[in-house]
Design a protein around this ligand. Structure first.
Ligand code: URP
Ligand code: ZN
Ligand code: ZN
Length: 473
């Protein structure tokens, strides 16, 4: 059968954020058409026996950096390579960033990112605008983006002074307007100016090794900025979302604020759950792989993150996929990790993870009894879809939802190697690690794009998804 009109997934175990049952699922016209028992179909419908497999909603990764310019470096995944990798990992929607530069407006930033993405994306996508400068025109454009462009979230940085950092008043102005309009401001919370001072002092003392990356970005400065962000949101009467929460110093403010009824939401990332700061004691060059921001924290912090994931103080696990190659010149990419071999502050911050998110969390979360299956789906698909205005089109398996479906084999195992992955990055933090669970098939709006090791998708088949208001409560 060359191009079936529809697909029936028979006898799989359908798992959403709230349900867990065995059923047949009929995908037709790009959406979930019918869910039922013993569905009868004609010969033109492809039937897939999913006995023993989980039928999961496609993953939604709301924190990825594809083709992002970060200082002098550009992330080494394009929209094409990054979204193909996402698909192989069971993620069918990503939200990337459109960076407002010194001279352009949020609307120009959106248009620029869309121009680049359009012909390349292999899964559906949206954009958060990184707002670096706020004035009346910018606020006007932000409102326009929300109401006419389907871009309803905006990221601001309390770190990286002189590059992306916004001051408190700018963050407050954005929170007040975006919150009133039903959108979300996402914050990178670290005290940028103090961290820059610590970096400067470390370098002046001759501390150039990558291990000083972590030492100069202490958790207490993540906590301070998180607390400040919460107070700004409280004053603005707006919801707020913290990206890449890594430490209990940050988490404790989030927990308190939520208990007080302040609409604070937050994500953590797989690397904070998989690794701790003991990696920074290793070989200098190797450490560059783990230079991401915030840095990896202690095993105690990790325990707090798991607790918060279980009890909903953290709602999302996103990757912060921000890949830079280890080998300078790999696939032609320059200014990558080795740029900082003699000066840790020159190492571009970030690590890859877009393809391994689902399976690594299944292994360390579900299989190790830290997360239920429903919670796993909620954290990786449903909650990010709700918080960023994609639900119920994305983030669940329900009649009428997009037919973004993953068939996942919980009984399979796989050993991760960078050269088996589909992105451009020349390393993975999970090299050689054996994980339980495997993505078997992936459907994007009903089209089979991943079938085992076979790629059936194509660049450009992904679509920009206009987003609605946040559904945070
Ligand atoms: O290390 C990271 N996370 N790099 C990407 C930029 C950011 O801060 O999200
Ligand atoms: Zn960040
Ligand atoms: Zn990021």
């Amino acid at each position: 059968m060359s191009s079936p009109t529809a697909t029936l997934i028979r006898n799989g175990r359908v798992i959403t954020a709230s349900d867990d049952y065995v059923a047949d699922v009929l995908l037709q016209n790009g959406v979930v058409h019918t869910i039922g028992q013993h569905i009868e179909v004609g010969p033109d419908v492809r039937v897939i026996d999913a006995t023993g497999l989980y039928v999961l909603p496609g993953g939604v990764d709301t924190h990825v950096h594809l083709e992002n310019v970060i200082g002098p470096s550009v992330t080494c995944d394009t929209f094409a390579s990054g979204t193909k990798a996402a698909a192989f990992g069971g993620t069918t929607t990503v939200v990337d960033f459109a960076l407002q530069t010194a001279t352009d407006s949020p609307l120009q930033a959106i248009a620029r990112a869309q121009r680049s993405a359009e012909s390349q994306v292999a899964v559906d996508y949206s954009l958060h605008v990184i707002v670096t400068r706020v004035d009346a025109q910018v606020l006007h454009d932000v409102r326009h983006a929300m109401h006419h462009e389907g871009v309803t979230s905006f990221k601001m940085f309390m770190a990286y002074p002189g590059v992306m950092m916004a001051d408190d008043a700018s963050i407050f102005r954005m929170l007040r307007q975006v919150g009133a309009d039903g959108g979300m401001v996402a914050l990178h919370a670290e005290n940028g100016t103090v961290i820059d001072l610590l970096i400067q002092e470390a370098l002046e003392a001759g501390h150039t090794s990558p291990r000083y990356h972590a030492l100069t970005r202490p958790a207490i400065m993540e906590g301070e900025a998180t607390h400040r962000g919460i107070r700004l949101a409280e004053l603005a009467q707006a919801p707020i979302y913290f990206v890449h929460v890594s430490s209990n110093e940050a988490l404790k403010h989030i927990v308190t604020a939520r208990a007080e009824g302040i609409p604070v939401f937050a994500e953590t990332c797989p690397h904070y759950l998989l690794f701790d700061d003991s990696v920074y004691h290793g070989d200098d060059l190797e450490i560059a792989k783990y230079v991401m921001t915030p840095p990896l924290r202690t095993s105690r912090d990790q325990k707090h993150l798991w607790r918060a994931l279980r009890y909903d103080d953290l709602q999302v696990i996103a990757t912060d996929h921000c890949p830079f190659c280890m080998k300078e010149g790999h696939l032609g990419y320059r200014m990558q990790k080795m740029r900082g071999k003699d000066d840790f502050s020159q190492i571009p911050n970030g690590a890859p993870g877009i393809e391994t998110r689902m399976v690594s969390l299944f292994d360390i979360g579900v299989m190790q009894g830290k997360l239920s299956l429903n919670r796993f789906v909620e954290l990786t698909s449903t909650a990010p879809a709700k918080l960023f205005g994609l639900f119920p089109k994305k983030g669940t398996i329900a009649v009428g939802s997009d037919a973004d479906v993953v068939l996942f084999d919980p009984a399979a195992t796989q050993t991760i190697h960078a050269h088996h992955l589909h992105g451009n990055c020349d390393y993975t933090l999970l090299e050689g690690r054996t994980l339980r669970g495997r993505v078997e098939k992936v459907f994007l709006r009903g089209q089979l794009i991943v079938d085992g090791a076979q790629w059936l998708g194509r660049s450009g088949m992904g679509r920009f998804v206009p987003r609605g208001q946040v559904r945070a409560f």
